[in-house]
Design a protein around this ligand. Sequence first.
Ligand SMILES: Cc1cc2nc3c(=O)[nH]c(=O)nc-3n(C[C@H](O)[C@H](O)[C@H](O)COP(=O)(O)O)c2cc1C
Length: 390
Amino acid sequence: MQPENTTSPTRRRIMFGLAASGVALGAGAVGLRLAEAARTADFSHPAYAAWKKAEKAGLSDIEYMIVCAHLAPSAHNIQPWHFAVDDDMIVIHADLTRNIGAADPDNRQLHQSLGCALENLIVAAAHLGYRATPSIPEGPIGRQSIRLAVKLTKDRGAGATLPEGMFDAIFARMTNRGAYDLATPVPVPLRAALSGGITDDLVIGLADRGSADAAYITSTMRMAARDVVADEAFFRDSMSWWRVDRETLYAKGDGISLHTSEVPLVVKAGLQTFVSDEAWFGDFGRQGEIDGVDGVVGTTPLWGVIASKRKGLGARIRGGRALERIYLEATRSGFAVHPLNYAAEHPRSADVLTRRFGFPLEGEILSVFRIGKGSPLEPSPRRPWRDLIV
Ligand SMILES: Cc1cc2nc3c(=O)[nH]c(=O)nc-3n(C[C@H](O)[C@H](O)[C@H](O)COP(=O)(O)O)c2cc1C
């Protein structure tokens, strides 16, 4: 068993940021970058508007359900979905053009992301007084087009099936990649609720900090981070969703960035100013990923792993639903969630974890996530939901 790393990720990142100041740009570019870095987030930008729609205000029920669905988490914030409306039915179509290439070769993460959107849609439907009946495509994984049709039936009692705060959590939820408070354990009722979304074809494993299983996940995660950044194609395709400056983040309304991390503003500004784009996409970015993972794994009170018993499209979508349910359960209890999937993405570490937890070999690891008490961070952007209706 390896000891867990308790160095604060923030400190590590500061040290790393300083060590990397050799990656400086020319004077003119530095001026421009300083100006950009000095700008704080503009949450009045349309890319953040949907997070404020906790009131339905002027939208139809169906439009509001689509707003809720598109606020769902997705791997790398790819938002791989379109929505079609057909009478009493909303159809979520997979947008396979938004896959992560070598970082998600058979769309495992994309499929789960669709499940996350489906879960939000079903929760929103219940809140608005509808029973939502989804048709989930089953069968082997292929490159087939995917449609998740959700039939809506008016049912005034539907809202009563929702635990308190579950709907509001759609708007408060975020991925929290920061350090979690090790002095605050995950309370027993929340632990019990985490398996509430798990269906018969899925399994969930939980591992507390200090346990042999947690130490195993931690060291496997560290190994996986090193394996994936060393994989040229994986790293390139993963980084194609990295948004360096705010302008690009706002304009694209997707992807991942430094801005949603808990790196202090001054360090963010320094990194933005002195680190060139080429450096982000090269060794600097690689080392940053490794340091980031090494830092946060040590600040995790509870780990969770979701696996399927048999590999298949339906199980992946239900795995995504379960993951989003976990996010919402944690959010409504004031806790944070962070999927950290390197260990699921790299075959060597996925195999190691499958055997360690005794998960069925015919299945696959779907998600590995951290859960704990974190400090609120910046929300992530979304593309305009109206543009996603086909
Ligand atoms: C299937 C899936 C896999 C994910 N894997 C990771 C991961 O490995 N590392 C990470 O930091 N975030 C991961 N995330 C979180 C996404 O990056 C996040 O949902 C997205 O950037 C949108 O941000 P939000 O959740 O704050 O709305 C994952 C999310 C999903 C749905």
